[in-house]
Design a binder for this molecule. Sequence first.
Ligand code: KIV
Ligand code: ZN
Length: 391
Amino acid sequence: MVSNPADKVYIFDTTLRDGEQVPGSQLNTLEKIEIARALEELGVDIIEAGFPMSSPGDFKSVVEISKAVRKPVIAALTRAVERDIDIALDALKHAERGRIHTGIGVSPYHIYSKFNSTPDEIVERAVKAVKYTRRFIDDVEFFAEDAGRSENEFLARIVEAVIEAGATVINIPDTTGYCTPYEYGEKIKYLINHVKNIDKAILSAHCHNDLGMATANALAGIVNGVRQVECTVNGIGERAGNTSMEEVVMILKCRKDLPFYTDIETTRIMKTSRLVSNLMRMPVQPNKAIVGRNAFAHSSGIHQDGVLKNRENYEIIDPADVGVSDSSIVLSARSGRAALDHHLRRLGYELSPEALDVAYTKFLVVADEKKTVSDDDLRILAGIDTIEDAR
Ligand code: KIV
Ligand code: ZN
């Protein structure tokens, strides 16, 4: 399949808003600017810079990011409340291109037990907020909070009403990470098939990871028609986090059978991941897809032998594509002769097959004792075990 411009998926990065809601992580304005600049270099289309109404610090960060970062659209979050919208518009006044991201809860939980309201009143508040915002700015995104647990019929009704009121992007959040990919995809399909003028707005997926399905749900959304994904670097965010940006981007890059693309400069992914992890003091789990320490590390003998013969035997992503210099062949008691030979050659020792057998026997003893074997261990092994004599 060949991509056409309609198949571009916009990357809406919310590391600095939803991501920053992660417990224990409070970035100061300078740190946020540093991350925003890195996101700009990474090529994200939209940066959600904060929720200006929530605190003076968040307001200031949105102002400063709007001044410092010129290429991506800068979005500011608001509730469907005029005062919030006024404050957000003020915070965005220096933005080259600003976006108000306003919305309201649409699930029965939100309508009845959060707002103590009715469906009619919720539609009315949503429409009023969007119409009000459109008086001041053209780029208005509406979020239908907890859309994942909402009735499709009501969701379609409110989405149609806010498009009519002037919303240009419609965010369908699975706020509690409840949907399965099939359900989320069907929800998007339902909207496309039932909402009048749906093509006047871009649909956006905003998925949480409570059941580990945030990335799968975002992908189901894309396949069924969303063209913007809201995500965070390293998948950080409330509770179990948000859709991880690097995962969505690399799925679309690596699966050539999917006719979608992003404008992300993927070779900057690892650098940006490290920056966010350090500034937010949130270590990345070693087995995290794409950016974990072990994402390109091979430790079992069978895999190591396969990778050394042809990287693609066990790797679906070229590490260089995400800014990692090379795959690593980790030496442990699970490693085979091929891995040992590879590392000895790297250190300048070329052994005959017989010598390698001798070295391998010694190596296993060291590996059992030390769990992982370092270059220094190998040098000692090569030196004291008279590998030279065995040649
Ligand atoms: O998860 C969510 O519903 C949100 C909205 C505020 C966009 O983060
Ligand atoms: Zn969210």
